[in-house]
Design a protein around this ligand. Structure first.
Ligand code: F0G
Length: 485
């Protein structure tokens, strides 16, 4: 049985037991509703602009905020600070060889730094890069170097409600069509993203990756694998894919490496620390990428990372091979998704990794996309709970050259689940406040920009409510909850 820590309670409930205990904790504040209303107004209804001291549960992202283990913390104490040839680098390099079976490793300061180096080396004007789905920084680097991104997902990928276990799979027919249309010479690589972020942390199957490899081999096209969200993906390979059932997590990781020419990652996610890296066995590409490292990152044995973080990554990668470590995020997310589903709240299914994704388009079907329903829901949820989520919808898009809105495929409120950080009662609190909000959803209105930056507006932009709906929401909360926070 894969999930041996999901315990059947005497009451009949199934509960994912935490296979760790907290030994260092951080004090949290839960400001009252008046303070929350004030804080989100000051933040221009943009959860990126909230101060963390005003946030109860920070579900903005899992990036750099997963809990470290005692072993990771201990390893940080023995870091070797030498600028060149440090022992710390040797330990990380060896661990990379061990889990990815690749000999050549370039350290970088985070995921997008790896994307910069890979794109500068492999993408040129006219390049077409097929992928299961884009990530914001990935696309930006490819476009910056003159390339275009082609998303070749299956129809199931964008369906909010689905039972399809691997929504991150690549559609092979679309891949073949792209090769026929553009010619293999214009396709330097296919990018496969583990735990496809922007469609709800949805995994890609090992068998799909192997089929992609077969097609790429026919044409000499490389495969670049983004392993930032690999830990969730590995869990889903193990639990949902027949061919992986009897494989260890390390064997699945090796099988994925076998189909990849380059593996890169954000160690703010994979390895539960902060940093990044690029691995390969391709000497030619390695030497080309290596030239850029001292320019953009730092010397070859640290790449912009602190040696303490590198020690933590080494241990974090090793711990990622433990099913009882990597199952915690997906199990808590599945618990949250199932509880919300029971209450009729629209969420992305099947549950993925990274976080729970609420379908704001259905939740607020009376708010048009030009009034940013996912942004409005994020603001409303913060008011109702003190929990900070992230808008992933039209607000995260950029206007076209004529100033028209780019309407996004989905309007999601992402509630990230940093690993081993929250307790189940905190997850229950999130479910409870979201249920209250759902019953009062008609009170929620839209948002309008008051300050709109031209690029990456979701980071710094400020908005206001399009009516006094937020004070009505506060009044209703007080009516229902009295003095309770
Ligand atoms: N690739 C994926 C799949 C990611 O999710 C991220 C980051 C990156 C690359 C870039 O890595 O942040 O270290 O530069 N995702 C974060 C998030 C920002 O909140 O989902 P980075």
């Amino acid at each position: 049985m894969t999930d041996n820590n999901i315990i059947k309670m005497y009451t009949g409930d199934n509960v994912p037991l935490e296979m760790h205990k907290a030994r260092v904790v951080q004090k949290l504040n839960l400001p009252d509703i008046d303070k929350r209303f004030e804080a989100i107004t000051e933040a221009g209804n943009n959860t990126f602009l909230l101060n963390n001291r005003d946030v109860y549960l920070d579900m903005l992202t899992d990036s750099g905020v997963n809990a470290m283990s005692d072993r990771q913390q201990a390893a940080m104490m023995i870091a070797d600070d030498s600028y060149a040839g440090s022992e710390t680098f040797a330990r990380l390099e060896n661990k990379i060889k061990d889990i990815f079976n690749m000999d050549l490793f370039l350290p970088t300061h985070q995921g997008r730094a790896s994307e910069n180096i890979i794109s500068r080396t492999m993408v040129k004007s006219g390049s077409v890069i097929p992928m299961n789905y884009h990530f914001t920084t990935t696309k930006a680097h490819i476009v910056e170097n003159g390339g275009t991104v082609e998303e070749i997902y299956n129809d199931e990928a964008l369906k909010i409600n689905s039972t399809y276990p691997f929504k991150g799979n690549i559609n092979l027919e679309k891949l073949q069509n792209l090769i026929d249309e553009h010619g293999a010479n214009n396709i330097p690589f296919v990018r496969i993203e583990a735990g496809t972020n922007l469609i709800g942390g949805q995994p890609v199957s090992l068998s799909n990756m192997r089929q992609v490899r077969k097609i790429c081999d026919k044409y000499g096209i490389k495969i670049v694998f983004d392993a930032s969200l690999l830990q969730d993906n590995l869990y889903f390979n193990k639990c949902r894919e027949e061919i992986c059932k009897d494989m260890s997590i390390k064997e699945i990781t090796h099988a994925i490496s076998e189909i990849s020419d380059i593996i890169y990652f954000s160690a703010r996610k994979l390895g539960n620390a902060r940093g990044g890296g690029i691995c390969t066995d391709d000497q030619d590409l390695y030497y080309k990428m290596r030239e850029l490292l001292p320019l953009y990152e730092g010397f070859l044995t640290y790449g912009g990372m602190s040696v303490r973080e590198m020690e933590a990554i080494t241990v974090g990668l090793e711990e990622t091979m433990d099913l009882n470590m990597i199952n915690q995020g997906p199990q808590f997310i599945a618990y949250m998704v199932e509880e919300l589903k029971k209450k009729g709240i629209p969420v992305v299914t099947p549950p993925g990794g990274l976080g729970c994704h609420v379908d704001a388009m259905a939740f607020l079907d009376h708010v048009p996309q030009t009034k940013y329903p996912a942004g409005a829901l994020a603001a409303a949820f913060y008011i109702a709970s003190g929990i900070r989520g992230m808008e992933r919808g039209t607000l995260s898009e950029q206007r076209d050259e004529d100033g028209n809105e780019t309407i996004s495929n989905m309007e999601l409120l992402r509630l990230a689940m940093p690993r081993r950080v929250f307790t189940l009662s905190q997850v229950k609190y999130a479910v409870d406040r979201l249920s209250w909000l759902y019953d009062n959803r008609k009170l929620i209105g839209g948002l309008e920009f008051t300050e709109e930056p031209r690029v990456l507006r979701f980071f710094f932009g400020k908005l206001k409510a399009d009516s006094n709906w937020q004070s009505k929401l506060v009044d209703k909360f007080k009516e229902d909850f009295g003095n309770s926070l």
